[in-house]
Design a protein around this ligand. Structure first.
Ligand code: NAD
Ligand code: G3P
Length: 336
């Protein structure tokens, strides 16, 4: 049994708190917002983020950062991605040497183009940083619906240790050394999910969705390879797996925001309506900048940026994608 503090009391932090509590660990949930914890103490439910899912009575809530960090063997960082750096700065003074921090957030920092794991390592160099990712909506994990994820760490023994912590009969965990690939897949799928949602909002069909998923993972893999990630990771749970669930599920905030944009809402109106942070909007700019930096073609990411930040009409963006220069499907397969 381990002592685990979940840093973040939103839907994913709470979903994981239930899983880890059911696995027999001693779980504390922390938030920078005391009022978020007060509601949980009173109702054992977050009706905004995870309605209908009861948080077990033995899970503790503690807003004292020092206590939450120092009392834990493992920290699970589950804040909305734009607040990863500020939260890591807050935790840093209390983190012990080699204390585990499992990042479960998905995003790329816009100002630095760093993955969240790299942001955490920069702010908390003494920690052992891992990433957990994959097709895993909190609404389903919180209800014990069978789910699979992957944990990435630099050292194999850390991955095996964390695999044993998270794994259960309803939560199967694989391990991988490709931390970069896992972080990139989880972040970039949110951008493609916006496009998939837009296609739904425009009233397009399953063919369009399948095209976006397939060509979307091609773009993500191209960038990932150029940055040093492994191509197999993008064929795995944190790559195509997460992309499929995010593009298909009505639990997805990114897809739901996209649907609204496809129906004519502005980006800001869509984000307001979805109520939780729509991370694809933040990662879209970062993805485009990375594509330029690594000289990689990412046409869907380009069009999404035009729709989000240049007021481009969504159906025009689809036409531009359809009428691009003619291409070979995969550059690595030729007739020679
Ligand atoms: N919801 C899911 O199903 C799911 C699944 C896998 C991964 N994730 C990832 O986990 C992360 C958290 O997602 P979520 O769904 O729990 O989001 P959420 O919007 O439900 O909750 C985010 C939490 O972040 C914290 N937060 C907000 N503003 C903050 C600030 N200024 N400083 C510090 N903390 C702040 C709050 O505790 C808030 O409850 C995201 O990066 C998301 O991509 C979510
Ligand atoms: O599907 P979204 O957009 O809510 O993102 C949540 C998780 O990343 C799904 O694995």
């Amino acid at each position: 049994m381990a002592k685990i503090s979940i840093m973040g009391a939103g839907s994913w932090g709470l979903g994981l708190s239930i899983l880890l509590n059911n696995n027999g660990h001693e779980v504390t949930v922390w938030s920078v917002f005391e009022e978020e914890l007060d509601v949980l103490r009173k109702n054992h439910e977050n009706t905004k983020c995870l309605p209908g899912v009861k948080i077990p009575e033995n899970i503790k809530f503690n807003g004292n950062t020092k206590e939450a960090v120092e009392s834990a063997d493992i920290l699970v960082l589950a804040v909305a991605s734009p607040y990863t750096r500020s939260t890591a700065k807050l935790l840093a003074p209390y983190v012990k040497d080699e204390q585990y921090i499992v990042n479960v957030g998905k995003g790329i920092e816009e100002s630095s183009l760093m993955t969240l794991c790299d942001v955490i390592k920069e702010e908390i160099p003494q920690a052992t940083v891992a990433v957990l990712s994959g097709p895993s909506h909190a609404e389903e994990v919180g209800r014990g619906i069978p789910t699979t994820c992957v944990i990435g760490t630099a050292k194999k023994e850390d991955a095996i240790f964390l695999q044993n912590i998270f794994m259960s009969d309803v939560f199967r965990v694989y391990i991988s050394p490709d931390v970069l690939g896992i972080c990139l897949g989880g972040s970039l799928k949110n951008v493609i999910a916006l496009a998939a949602g837009i296609a739904d909002g425009l009233g397009y069909g399953d063919n369009t969705k399948a095209a976006l998923i397939t060509r979307g993972i091609a773009e993500i893999s191209r960038l990932g390879l150029a940055m040093g990630a492994k191509v197999e990771t993008f064929a795995g749970l944190s790559g195509i797996g997460d992309l499929i669930v995010t593009c298909e599920s009505m639990h997805s905030r990114n897809r739901r925001a996209g649907i609204l944009i496809g129906k004519g809402y502005t980006k800001d109106q869509a984000m307001e309506e979805v109520k939780m942070v729509v991370e694809g909007v933040y990662s879209a700019k970062a993805a485009l900048l990375l594509a330029k930096k690594y000289n990689v073609s990412m046409p869907i990411v380009e069009q999404i940026n035009k729709v989000l930040f240049e007021d481009m009409n969504a159906s025009l963006a689809v036409s531009e994608l359809m009428l691009r220069d003619k291409k070979i499907e995969a550059d690595s397969i030729s007739w020679e």
